[in-house]
Design a protein around this ligand. Structure first.
Ligand code: HEM
Length: 547
């Protein structure tokens, strides 16, 4: 196998080819070859800890394997336990791996594969330390970056791959099309696209709702990013970037495994990136040559933005466009799918929301100033099943995190998937309960579906707008129920929590009457029931057609 590079923190286990190391990348050590050490074992190794930290664990705490363990001030200092194993194996079932590491070690866990260690942070205080300090903890884009001076390197050169001054400047420039005024300008287009989407639904049909939402988000993202006024051109480019994203995602986990066809796939990715770069450049030149002050899609705004250095170069625009698309498309599609799934399986919440959509109050703020019902539903769905399952930082210099001395280049993983379900955040964390948001006011590091700190998701408000505008249009005249007996499995792939086999949903057009039985949960199978408490449903329970 020739040139490989990491695509996620677990692939740090592989050595990066020297020619492909980015100049800003800290050195990454190599370790055991993939495929070895399938079994994991926990041992207690002595890290170089010299003095107690407020976030150190007591032996009792770490041994209790409590799912709710949180850092507390304790002494004396004990060696934190480390799980030894294969990062390749861990990445094969990352969902199980993350949950297992947390259950085993509590607030912070170390996973050691040969000489490569990855730290897993599960507690808000560790999130605060790492996410608020962008100087010490650098972002490391999970996508394959490609050789230096390659198209793949340039199309992945967006915010997610930048650090330091370069990140600060690009973030300032890219922020503009995601501000409140710009987002307001996208609302009408989103509503029209949502109406177009429901116009394709048929009464009684069963579809993979996730697949539908991926296609829907392709349209929404393409239009908002590349052309509110030139939809055909925007979709064409969107389709191409979506294919490129899919090629990248294919490596998400497989880059760790010794796949026979890895090299062929990698070459395909590199040559597809060349085509993509050429097409994005064509659109950028077209926008530069035909400036339209009324155009308010993201690319037009970015092309026209100027700063003291004169604005973003074509090369910077290419990277930003591709990475923005990649960051927006699937994450929002999965958020739609999980929200629809949770609503379908919680009929009383769905009934309340449906009534509020019909009486026009769904998006009204709560009398106490708490979020609207619609927003509470979305926030709770993102708490229980966050589309972004984990992300990572790389230590740019030696630093102490809790009981660990972290070396330069060492990856640290943070994960809303675990932090959002700590008992210190809320009661019954596995319960889908949108009304908890009437009183729940978590810190930015306890609840972070969009990340936190200076690298918080720049498109978060846009994603919320897309969800808030589209959901009432989807749900007003349609009942969405999960196909009885469907298997709903969640898996972590390319940093996202996605429904592995999709979400088969039955669409029923329903008349505007109220009544019991309008919405009904169905009996389903799959590992999603390990992540969220679902109502027990008799296997024969089928949704009734309202009269
Ligand atoms: C529900 C949908 C979304 C979710 C769950 C999500 C999640 C996240 C998360 C967790 C991060 C932080 C990653 C880190 O700290 O390493 C992030 C960053 C980012 N997101 Fe999103 N995102 C969503 C939608 C969007 C949209 C719609 C866009 C743009 C159109 C976008 C663009 C970005 C960018 C550019 C960054 C990098 C920010 C930086 O490094 O300064 N995201 N997103």
């Amino acid at each position: 196998m020739s040139s490989r590079e990491p695509s996620c923190p677990f692939s740090q286990a592989m050595k990066k080819p020297l020619g492909e190391l980015g100049s800003a990348d800290p050195p990454i050590s190599a370790s055991s070859p993939p495929g070895q050490l399938p079994a994991t074992q926990t041992s207690v190794t002595q890290p170089s800890v010299t003095q107690p930290s407020v976030t150190q664990l007591s032996a009792k705490q770490s041994a209790s394997n409590s799912a709710t363990a949180a850092p507390t001030a304790v002494s004396p200092v004990v060696a934190p336990p480390v799980t030894h194993g294969s990062l390749v194996e861990l990445s094969r079932d990352l969902l199980g791996g993350l949950r297992g590491l947390h259950a085993q070690h509590g607030p912070i866990a170390a996973f050691q594969d040969g000489d490569q260690r990855v730290l897993f942070l599960f507690d808000p205080e560790y999130n605060r330390q790492v996410l608020s300090d962008a100087q010490t903890f650098h972002a490391h884009f999970f996508a394959l970056r490609g050789p230096k001076r390659s198209s793949q390197r340039r199309v992945t050169c967006g915010l997610l791959a930048m650090n330091g001054e370069q990140h600060k400047r690009n973030r300032r420039m890219v922020k503009e099309p995601f501000g409140p005024r710009a987002i307001e300008g996208y609302r009408q287009t989103i509503a029209e696209l949502a109406a177009d989407e429901v116009a394709t639904w048929h009464d009684g049909e069963c579809v993979d709702f996730n697949e539908r939402m991926i296609r829907y988000m392709l349209k929404v993202t393409s239009r908002i990013l590349f052309g509110l006024d030139e939809p055909a051109l925007a979709y064409e480019l969107g389709e191409q970037i979506a294919h490129w994203v899919a090629l990248n995602n294919d490596f998400g986990v497989h880059a760790l495994a010794p796949l026979e066809n890895f090299d062929a796939g990698y070459q395909e990715l590199l040559s597809f990136a060349q085509e993509l770069e050429a097409n994005v450049l064509k659109l950028i030149h077209h926008r530069r040559d035909n400036p339209n002050p009324a155009a308010n899609d993201v690319l037009s705004i970015l092309v026209g933005s100027l700063d003291a250095q004169g604005g973003l170069s074509d090369e910077e625009l290419v990277g930003q466009c591709c990475v923005l698309f990649a960051a927006a498309h699937m994450t929002t599609a999965h958020s739609f799918s999980w929200t629809a799934f949770l609503l379908a399986q919680h009929p009383s919440v769905m009934q309340t929301l449906w009534e509020a959509i019909h009486d026009g109050t769904a998006d009204e703020p709560h009398p106490t100033g708490a979020p609207s019902l619609l927003e509470r539903v979305i926030k709770e769905s993102m708490r229980v099943l966050p589309a972004s399952a984990y992300s990572q930082r790389i230590a740019a210099e030696p630093v102490r995190v809790g009981p660990f001395e972290v070396q330069r280049g060492e990856p640290l993983v943070f994960t809303p998937l675990i932090t959002h379900r700590l008992a210190s955040l809320c009661d019954d964390p596995q319960r889908f309960d949108p009304d908890r948001w009437v009183t729940l006011k978590p810190t930015a590091y306890q609840y972070h579906p969009f990340g936190a700190g200076p690298r918080r998701c720049i498109g978060g408000p846009l994603a919320m707008e897309v969800l808030r505008t589209s959901l009432p249009i989807f749900l007003r005249d349609w009942r969405l129920s999960v196909q009885p007996g469907a298997r709903i499995d969640a898996e972590v792939k390319s940093t996202m929590l996605n429904p592995k086999r999709g979400v088969p949903m039955v669409f029923d057009r329903h008349p505007q009457t109220t009544g019991e039985g309008r919405f009904i949960a169905t009996a389903i199978e799959g590992n999603v029931a390990e992540l969220v408490d679902l109502i027990e449903v008799p296997a024969t329970n089928l949704p009734r057609k309202p009269r």
